[in-house]
Design a protein around this ligand. Sequence first.
Ligand SMILES: [Zn+2]
Length: 700
Amino acid sequence: MIRLMTGRHSLNIHGSIVSIVSFLFWILSALISNSASAASATSPEAADAVEITYEIEVRIDPVAHSIEGRSVIMANSSEELTLVLGRRFGVLSAQVNGTSLGPAASMGKVRAWRVFNEKGLPRRIEVRWRGELTPLDTSLDHAQTLGRDEPASGEAGTFLPDSSGWYPYIAGKLASYRVSIELPPGQRAIVPGRLVEESESADGYRAHFEFLAPTGGIDLMAGPYSVETRTMRGTGGKPIQLRTYFHPQLADLALGYLDSVKGYIDLYESWIGEYPFTEFSVVSSPTPTGFGMPTLTYLGTEVLRLPFIRYTSLGHEVLHNWWGNGVYPDYAHGNWSEGLTTFMADYAYKERENPEAALDMRRGWLRDFAALSSGQDAPLSTFTSRTHGATQIVGYNKSAMVFLMLRDMLGRETFDRALQAFWQDQRFHIASWMDLQRAFEVASGKDLSIFFDQWLTRGGAPVIRIAEAGRAKPGGSAAAGHHRVKVTLEQAEPAYRLSVPVAVRTAGGEEFHTLDLEKTRQVFTLDVSAQPLQVTLDPDLRLFRRLMPDEAPPILRQVMVDRTAATILLPESGDVHSTAGTLAEKLQHRTPTLASGTETPPAVPTLVIGLEEQVDAWLARHRLPARPDVVRGKGSAQAWTVSRPDGVTLAVISARDIASLAALTRPLPHYGRQSYVIFNGSKVIGRGAWPTRAPMVKLD
Ligand SMILES: [Zn+2]
């Protein structure tokens, strides 16, 4: 079974902007696609033989919020097909080989027809439809834009997501397409693919696009764009058209974006292989959204103005043209593309910056993972796409770290060679984690089944500790000045097979060793060159593991992502209460589970919100640590975490007055990685994480 929506990737801007992909639609579509077509679509061969093509003509009027279209679908396959169109549109005619398709069945937001095979002939399906689009609402935030799955249109912009059913499509099938779009003068439109031709006259704008590789769906964007174009030469001199479709107020950013896109295409062509398309466009959106699709990325105007986007998210979205939109993940068996893209974009940029920046990113990932409650740390093989914070922590971060461990094990050269071969073999195919494993096995000549099996099918993470460490007598034949350390490592049952980095500090400096741990308790003897003083476990955090309490001091995100977290609002009613409630809801992306402020705090992670005096009184009453010195008396509002004596995390938000509390609603959700944040109004004036300590044993 394949995913029916496009290879659209939601962009991560601060880690807290969360996408909501319509699973309802996915499930519905999976139900109505018959099992025969679903099975054939999972084989890579199915992606090669183009069985379905769409020839779509649409006319859109953003002022009248209307769409009118005609589509001819050619199907070369002989099985029964399901034809789907959004229910909000009126069908003017629907025919297969000249015969009316009759009434459709209604299922949620879509209508569906079963299209039977007639004597095995290729089928020509023609549909004419017309309807209203939802007026564009620019006040929506990212999550709302994504969650709506509605075709929205207005003078400032039009976005017709594939999942809205804005054009008739065959469920469960990849298809190639040609799309002609007509708009009033001044408007420009784009869909993923090659811009074949365009024209503008007093009557309006027309553009014709084609996408000839089989793909999963079509998103359409339009707006009052000014377009900048630049041609670059890719591998072998192939011309690649780079464009910005920007609202006029962003015109001065266009050249910078074009430069950056060229840089990323050069980088990934030399690293992986030829860019698979003929263009790449950066398209601005009037709503604060972020998507990646084949050949383009669609970003909110405010997002595009953020200076770091060009250096982070843009590269991630360009890379998705290889991983995700060039090779399609086999969603039924887990989406590997977000982890690999995070590793080769976001993480790679940190590595290029300096080792400290890369370490910071790994530490952030492991801390976020430590903040998950059990049950949220699902196996990687179950990740399909990001729906909330917890799925990102697994599907993006854990996955990226698995690729890091694999590269540490195989070496950079072998690792890159495997990816290049994977790209050569799987371009425009559906590929699974198994296919990736095979590519790495062929390149390295190693059996990697245990590695992939434990990291993909097991939830959670290994917990490793140094059970004992001590000096040992060197062997009888050892030369003078020779020293030995005995280290006993322990891990929980069932044992992972791990290469555990260990640092031994000696009188002569730091020495690094890798211990091959495969049992729950194992003793290692290490030769070192000077008097050993101290042994530290995985000091650079290169291993995906559950951090020890000292390594993972509490951060604000714990009460944000943990579904069991409780919230205490001080006081129990009134204006402050409702402002605090709104803040809690923003932080947790759900209706908070309220607990009483007068009773003993519950035994689950707890968020406490109130004004200064109330918060201080509450902490004192429950014999909890008072406001920490680092935040005391500073700014108009403060948030900090406390690890309670029973190990449970408490996050406290305290404001001087109701206005200072209300000012946190927008910025605070972006600071989940912090242990404390100090605000003046909505401006952050101080923040940080409580200090950490790697698991270490001093030798006496
Ligand atoms: Zn992505």
